[in-house]
Design a protein around this ligand. Structure first.
Ligand code: F6R
Length: 610
């Protein structure tokens, strides 16, 4: 999510770090910071906003340190501002850290450290690492050991880099779940969260693996496991171009983001599932859970893909909470003079948090006194700031214009909210625990689906010249049909419609002939028999059928021209799985037509105009 870069050698590290940060800026861009050691003391310069602002701020002084770190932030805990930007100091400013990832047990660690007399300056989870390492330095450990001892107490993910003015000739790095590489030079070394930040200087890299810690010197490095075991690291030669590296080796950002979903979905749940209590912890709305359980009506407001996530949310809320729920297009909601009651709760779902229609609808709801809650990806975005409370989806920056990983993370968060409130209502502990287990299994199931990529590409090759597409689903998978159709039309420019499967008989069936591809989302759930009847109806009219079906379903192979088999889960979570083949199908059809999927014509990533 965020970007890390660092240098130790004989040159002035500042221009090297600023250049590296600029290369990483596309993945996190709400604030930036640089820290270095000069004349044996640490110095940090940071600001809210772009790396170019940081560059100007640094240029106001005269520095030429030969060891330093830089960070560009995509906020997860604490709004984007100068204090929350990295690096973070320990109390006497002898040590600084930069961190990517999420420290899941930061509240527990923070309480222990506060009780031990540590004061916190920021709202970040990362700052605990500075004080925790400091506490081990105070016990007489040298830095490398202090870091290993501290990390043994940390739960969560990190790509971490540390400087300490009492040991000024080294950078310590550590990794668990967030990438970190060492770039090997001649009497100089680099560190980065991504090879793109250092490829301009060296093509020799060492990949730090989970559970490893390394001390990086000017003329070499030394790696160990957190448990103090020695390890030998291999130096790899990079042959990718810069552009390929930015996209993580994928051909496009969209494919990268589709493939990232096991991880992004996990990040949306990280630290939030409480198996023993059969519920979840959602810091942003925890203290509103009782009030939400008593809400008489929920309204979900959003645009585009986020609106489709809202429709899935409606099924979740009505099934488990038994609270009447309405889903509104933000643009319609705001101009309709909506009727709002004091005990209504309104959720605004927005990846960017900047969509003009959603923001204006939010302001209108606020004016009318409703409880306004945000579900956003971009921390500190306008919708997040204007909401009374909310839940971040933590999907990480989404660069491809067509939303993919943000959608699945929105679904995860809506399901988490459902579980939180349902457990305040009448859901039993056992039922809550079963749902938590299903959540935990989702990332692996997504991985299984992603392995079907080449099968789906093969199917896509048959449909590149199609002029129209129909997408049909029932229940929870009706919004998925809408989302599948939207994905296809926005990146392939093929006309596509999503419908509730049974509605097809009331009009769209007139379109069906041997040239009409029809995608059925037909997992084995309570609507399965009905959807099979709909498939038969399309077959009878010679439509070409692509079915997204359950692994265990052999019958459907006889009905569909193409089947894509996916694992099962509970109905509420099924859309997180069923949408993935549709993302890949749209993607491959568009690529086979030679189109630019990352920047489709006429579209913008953040629609800040009405
Ligand atoms: C489709 C897509 C758009 C957005 C819509 C709302 O792939 O990305 O439909 O979902 O413009 O954007 P956010 O979620 O940023 O409010």
């Amino acid at each position: 999510m965020c970007g890390i870069v660092g240098y130790i050698g004989s040159k002035n590290c500042i221009p090297i770090i600023i250049e590296g940060l600029k290369r990483l800026e596309y993945r996190g861009y709400d604030s930036a910071g640089i820290g270095f050691i000069e004349n044996n003391s640490c110095r940090v310069i940071k600001n809210k906003g772009k790396v170019s602002l940081l560059e100007k701020k640094v240029a106001e002084g005269v520095y030429s340190p030969s060891v330093g770190l830089g960070h560009t932030r995509w906020a997860t805990h604490g709004e984007p501002n100068e204090i929350n930007a990295h690096p973070h100091y320990n109390a006497d400013k002898s040590l600084m850290i930069i961190h990517n990832g999420i420290i899941e047990n930061y509240q527990t660690l923070k309480t222990i450290l506060i009780n031990a007399g540590y004061e916190f300056k920021s709202q970040t989870d990362s700052e605990v690492l500075a004080h925790l390492i400091d506490s081990f330095l105070k016990k007489g450990n040298e830095l490398f050991k202090a870091v290993r001892l501290a990390l043994a107490e940390v739960e969560g993910t990190y790509g971490l880099a540390i400087l300490y003015d009492k040991e000024p000739d080294k950078i310590i790095v550590a990794k668990k779940g967030s990438p970190l590489v060492i770039g090997v030079g001649d009497d100089e070394n680099y560190i980065a969260s991504d090879v793109s930040a250092l490829i301009a200087y060296t093509s020799r890299v060492v990949y730090i693996e989970d559970g490893e810690v390394a001390e990086v010197f000017r003329d070499g490095f030394n790696a160990k496991t957190i448990l103090d075991e020695d390890i030998n690291k291999e130096i790899h030669k990079i042959s990718m171009s810069l552009e390929e590296i930015d996209r993580g080796g994928y051909e496009t950002f969209m494919l990268k983001e589709i493939m990232e979903q096991p991880e992004s979905v996990l990040n949306s749940m990280r630290g939030r599932l409480l198996f023993d209590e059969g519920t979840v912890k959602l810091g942003g709305i925890q203290n509103l859970a009782e009030r939400l359980a008593k809400t008489k009506r929920i309204i979900i407001t959003a645009c585009g893909t986020s609106w489709h996530a809202g429709l899935v949310g409606e099924y979740m809320f009505e099934q488990f909470l038994r609270i009447p729920t309405e889903v509104e297009y933000a643009s319609e909601f705001r101009y309709r003079n909506p009727i709002l009651q004091p005990d209504d709760a309104i959720f605004f779902i927005s990846q960017s948090g900047e969509t003009a229609d959603s923001l204006a609808a939010l302001k209108e709801a606020k004016r009318k006194g409703a409880l306004v809650l945000g579900i956003c990806n971009v921390v500190g975005s306008s919708i997040a700031r204007e909401s009374e409370a909310g839940v971040y989806i933590h999907a990480g920056p989404e660069i491809g214009v067509a939303s993919t990983k943000a959608f699945t993370s929105q679904l995860v968060v809506l399901a988490l909210i459902t579980l939180l409130i349902a457990r305040k209502k009448d859901m039993s502990l056992i039922d809550g625990q079963k749902i938590v287990e299903e959540f935990q299994a989702i990332p692996e199931k997504i991985k299984t689906i992603l392995k079907l990529n080449s099968q789906i590409e093969e199917i896509a090759s048959k449909f590149r010249d199609a002029k129209n597409f129909l997408y049909l689903g029932r229940g929870y998978n009706f919004p998925v049909a809408l989302e599948g159709a939207l994905k296809l039309k926005e990146i392939s420019y093929i006309h596509a419609e999503g419908y509730p499967a049974a509605e097809m008989k009331h009009g769209p069936i007139a379109l069906v002939d041997e040239n009409m591809p029809v995608v059925f989302i037909a997992p084995k759930d309570s609507t399965y028999d009905k959807i099979v009847s709909n498939i038969e109806e399309i077959r009878a009219r010679k439509g070409r059928i692509i079915a997204i079906a359950s692994e265990s379903d052999n019958h459907i192979d006889n009905l569909a021209d193409f089947t894509i088999k996916i694992p099962d889960t509970i109905r509420m979570l099924m859309p997180i799985l069923t949408v993935i083949p549709l993302q890949l199908l749209a993607y491959h059809i568009a690529m086979k037509k030679g189109l630019n999927v990352d920047q489709p014509r006429n579209l913008a990533k953040s629609v800040t105009v009405e």
